[in-house]
Ligand binder design. Structure first.
Ligand SMILES: [Zn+2]
Length: 245
């Protein structure tokens, strides 16, 4: 994949918005059907501050992995008729977790999906969702009970569909709540969840500090299979069936 060209394309779609482009291209007749077009906001995690490099593998960084997978997933979802916004048009862009959530809120996303990699012992992927409200460093509280319920439902559907697709290619560590993560343990919920007014979940794609997982996700053979599984997860989470597209 040509990263520079892709980043320019994303930048363009970020500026224009896919729906605006479609209206110009196909005329007003399409507007009615677009009212039901689902919106998914994908956030490639890190850096969220000046000292937030994310997990470092031996050869690749979490920032690179998150960004690459986010763009591939965006492309796949767009091809299925879903409006996608990626929070970061450039891999190096620093964006606070609050600002990222605000983009999802502004877009009124049907799903706000955050892509990360774990730094822990073990191997494989996990899904994380807010199970309770938390309090951020600035005193903000959230998310609402409505968002908690919607995120819980989305996480269950996402996990089932992703697991069915990826099968035994990656270890399944199941679903966790924000409170089971280091930041969530302190705040009650992850910062990105606290500010989210739309259903949200976070996927830890692999354990990047595990050299087996790092090699797995660095392989061009495996990444499309991971993206396929994430795609199936998103479609299930937003109750999207291909005939709708
Ligand atoms: Zn991360």
């Amino acid at each position: 994949m040509n990263a520079k060209r892709d980043s320019e394309r994303l930048n363009q779609s970020y500026m224009l918005g896919r729906s605006a482009f479609s209206v110009f291209a196909f005329g007003a007749a399409i507007v009615t059907s677009m009212a039901a077009q689902p919106v998914v906001v994908i956030d490639p995690g890190h850096p969220a501050g000046p000292r937030d490099p994310g997990t470092k593998g031996k050869k690749v960084s979490e920032v690179q992995v998150n960004f690459r997978v986010a763009n591939m997933l965006a492309l796949k979802l767009e091809q299925q008729g879903i409006k996608v916004i990626v929070t970061k048009p450039d891999v190096r862009l620093l964006l606070t977790n609050k600002r990222r959530a605000e983009i999802a809120n502004w877009a009124k996303a049907d799903l706000y999906i955050r892509l990360h990699c774990d730094q822990t012992t073990g191997s494989g992927y996990s899904i994380v969702f807010p199970g309770a409200p938390g309090v951020a460093a600035d005193g903000a509280k959230g998310p609402s009970q409505h968002v908690i319920n919607a995120s819980s439902a989305a996480a269950k559907k996402f996990h089932a569909a992703m697991a069915a697709s990826i099968q035994t290619l990656l270890v399944d560590n199941g679903i966790k709540t924000d409170a089971q993560t280091p930041v969530g343990e302190k705040q009650g919920a992850l910062t990105g969840s606290i500010y989210s007014q739309v259903p949200t979940l976070l996927v830890n794609l692999v354990v990047l500090s595990n050299s087996h997982d790092e090699a797995w996700i660095s392989s061009y053979k495996n990444v499309p299979k991971l993206v396929e599984a994430l795609d199936k997860g998103v479609l299930a989470a937003i109750n999207f069936h291909e005939e709708q597209g």
